[in-house]
Design a protein around this ligand. Structure first.
Ligand code: HEM
Ligand code: SF4
Length: 687
């Protein structure tokens, strides 16, 4: 293992979060201190643009001190993310220190401990992979499956950014696990930390020009913004460079410094020593396909085609982001807004210009306000655009008009367009474990399938021959991976973040609590007379950071105390509307008191086919609150169903007794039992 440079004498000084660094001169190195340096003449259409030095972080006079967050100082002292992580990894301690804990995020790992265990902390590491477009080769899937058993907690988690998370890896095993992932053509580099994270794109393996370009663009952007200084390979594979070759256009775009974007002499030409002020998220998609929650990203890129379906260029959105802090009104979730259109060949240059604008101007003093959404909010889109244009060297063209967004889940069987099929499988909360894990592995191994992870924590098996369809469906159904028509529609769109017991920021349960919460919501549906086929998008997180994007849900539950949630309403199925906070501190056991009146009111007052999210927005929160406060229970119509379900009174009484124990009606319980029975028996049949 390579050790990093010994800056040990500085470590005491790092203890002060508000340490003043007198020699900090902004990010731009002297060699590139003027934007006009190396600048090529602009294309004639854009010559009128005046390039000014003011774009860059102003050079501070020698005497001025700049307040920066502690993480900024850790980065600066780290010799490009090495010190003191490399040293800490060599000790026998089960954990790493404060600075290394921040640095290891850039390698795709979080140090965690089980918050429910008493006594001394038992440390472990969560490892997150990077899989642009959610693409996972057969070899990598099998590797991850093995690693989860050998070194993790025996489960694999599919994340909302199309990656894997392995939990519970011990420090002594980290090098083996990381090395194994790298040698099997996987990577975790930059899956966490202050840089570009995994780039999303529609997971569907459709053989269509626009989809293929969206996926290729996602891969190219991921490569463009991948760290270059070698810290990752130094520590995990002793400096061995295991890289797939990069397309020449990516290398060219990265090295281009025509508009003063780069640190020309730095091992990190785009990031420099300080990397970005905060995490950075990018998604690419095609018109109508909002399977990637495009508006929640720092940059959203949309392929634009001509009438013949030939890709011409890209629309670009900027400034989305979910995280916020409870009761700090200056923090907020935000939807991305249109920046402009660029021709096809310019996309990497435009993305780089946006990243550099954030690098130079995003706040580095307080991490709560460091995301690009706050920069755009404070500047306004016009100023932001004009600054980006200086780094891009051109003006953006007007945003192209595109059709409405739709949510696409890609569950079930579909044609790829090349004679093969793909099969989208719903995985509750993306957690693959037990029999499901074993069977999935067997199928993927036996048929040599490649895999895609979706941004909804689901999995797609690709390149399936039609003759394999029936045996695959049957085998997977027996392991609980049901065809979508047998999964409760509430579960299909629901998501929860991991939260307890490992996430250090969790205030309350999310993943472990959601199965029960969904059952209770289904029971409320039954009680107020909503049909089984009806649904709302439910998302739950254990804290306001919003990892499962609850602020885009029709019904978002955001942990705001032990067993207590803030309720958010107003998102929609297309993922184009931001929810708003409806009620604070609703205790878990009181959920029905809020949901029953809301869902009953929706059923009674909705306009034709109006979704729950649209309904709550139309009614307004004051009216909804009044309704919740005055709620005395639904007007119960005498049930016809009971008579049909229970032919004899004895069965009814027995069911009723059992149902009361579960706080349900006899009818609800009977329906639940019948649905489960039908699902477990019918899967795979009729294929
Ligand atoms: C201050 C803000 C945030 C912090 C400190 C934070 C921290 C974390 C931590 C510690 C985990 C690991 C939990 C575990 O696996 O045990 C996690 C998971 C995750 N976070 Fe965040 N997070 C933040 C905001 C966000 C936001 C806004 C998003 C996206 C909308 C996001 C996306 C994810 C994803 C995809 C995972 C993987 C697990 C999953 O699919 O739910 N994070 N985050
Ligand atoms: S939302 Fe909060 S509790 Fe959930 S994973 Fe993210 S940081 Fe942890």
């Amino acid at each position: 293992m390579t050790t990093s440079f010994g800056a040990a004498t500085t470590s005491a000084a790092l203890k002060d979060a508000k340490l003043q660094i007198p020699n900090f001169h902004g990010l731009r190195p002297a060699a590139a201190s003027s934007l006009t340096r190396n600048a090529l003449p602009l294309p004639s259409s854009t010559r009128s643009l005046v390039i000014t030095r003011a774009v860059s972080t102003p050079v501070q006079p020698e005497t001025t001190t700049v307040k920066r967050s502690k993480v900024e100082i850790f980065k600066e002292q780290s010799n490009f993310i090495r010190y003191p992580l490399n040293e800490d990894m060599l000790t026998d301690a089960p954990n790493i220190g404060e600075a290394a804990t921040q640095l290891i995020k850039f390698h795709g790992s979080y140090q965690q401990y089980n918050r429910e265990e008493r006594g001394s902390r038992s440390y472990s590491f969560m490892i997150r992979t990077k899989n642009p477009c959610g693409k996972v080769s057969n070899q990598l899937y099998l590797t991850m499956d093995d690693l989860a058993d050998q070194f993790g907690i025996g489960t694999l988690r599919l994340t909302t950014r199309q990656t894997f998370q392995l939990h519970g890896v011990l420090k002594k095993d980290l090098k083996t696990v990381m090395g194994t992932i790298i040698r099997n053509m996987g990577s975790t580099l930059g899956a966490c930390g202050d840089l570009n994270r995994n780039v999303l794109a529609p997971a569907a393996p459709l053989v269509r020009k626009d989809y293929l370009l969206a996926q290729e663009t996602a891969e190219n952007i991921a490569a463009l913004l991948s760290p270059q200084s070698g810290f990752y390979y130094d520590i995990w594979v002793d400096g061995e460079k295991i890289l797939s070759s990069e397309p020449p256009e990516v290398v060219q775009a990265r090295n281009d410094n025509s508009h003063g974007t780069n640190f020309p002499d730095s091992p990190e030409p785009i990031y420099g020593t300080q990397f970005l002020p905060r995490k950075f998220k990018i998604a690419v998609t095609v018109p109508t396909d909002n399977s990637v929650d495009i508006l929640t990203n720092d940059i959203g890129v949309v392929v634009v085609t001509d009438e013949a379906g030939e890709p011409q260029g890209y629309n670009i959105y900027v400034g989305g982001g979910m995280g916020r802090t409870h009761r700090v009104e200056t923090t907020f979730p935000r939807l991305a807004e249109p920046l402009g259109y660029v021709p096809k060949e310019d996309i990497l240059y435009a993305v780089k210009a946006i990243v550099v604008t954030q690098r130079e101007n995003g706040r580095r003093d307080d991490r709560r306000y460091s995301r690009m959404k706050y920069l755009i909010s404070s500047w306004g889109i016009e100023k932001f655009r004009s600054v980006v244009e200086q780094y891009y060297g051109k003006k953006f063209e007007p945003f192209r008009v595109l059709p409405e967004w739709e949510f696409k889940s890609y569950l079930g069987w579909h044609e790829q367009g090349d004679g093969k099929l793909f099969y989208g499988l719903h995985v509750d909360n993306g957690r693959i474990g037990g029999k499901m894990k074993k069977t999935l592995r067997e199928v993927i191994e036996k048929y040599n399938l490649n895999v895609r992870i979706t941004p909804n924590q689901n999995i797609i098996l690709t390149d399936v021959r039609s003759s394999w369809k029936r045996p695959i469906t049957t085998t997977l159904a027996q392991a609980g991976l049901l065809q979508p028509r047998f999964v409760d529609p509430l579960n299909i769109t629901a998501m929860a973040c991991p939260a307890f017991p490992l996430c250090p920021l969790a205030i309350t349960e999310a993943e472990r609590g959601i199965p029960d919460i969904l059952k209770r919501i289904r029971a409320v549906f039954d009680k107020v007379g909503l049909r089984y086929s009806e649904s709302v998008v439910v998302r739950i997180t254990g804290c306001p950071n919003g990892c499962a994007r609850p602020y885009m849900a029709e019904l978002g539950l955001v942990g705001d105390g032990p067993n207590s949630y803030q309720i958010w309403l107003g998102g929609n199925k297309k993922q184009t509307s931001l929810a708003r906070s409806f009620m604070d501190k609703v205790k878990l056991h009181d959920l029905e008191n809020v949901l029953e009146p809301l869902l009953y009111y929706w059923k009674q007052r909705r306009q034709s086919k109006e979704s729950f999210g649209d309904f709550t927005n139309r009614m307004g929160f004051d009216k909804l609150k009044e309704h919740v406060e005055k709620w005395e229970g639904p007007v119960v119509a005498p049930s016809r169903h009971n008579l049909k379900l229970f032919a004899d009174k004895e069965t009814y009484d027995a069911m009723d007794e059992l149902a009361k124990l579960q706080n349900k009606s006899a009818h609800q319980l009977a329906m639940e039992i019948i649905r489960n029975y039908v699902a477990s028996n019918q899967n795979g049949k009729g294929e």
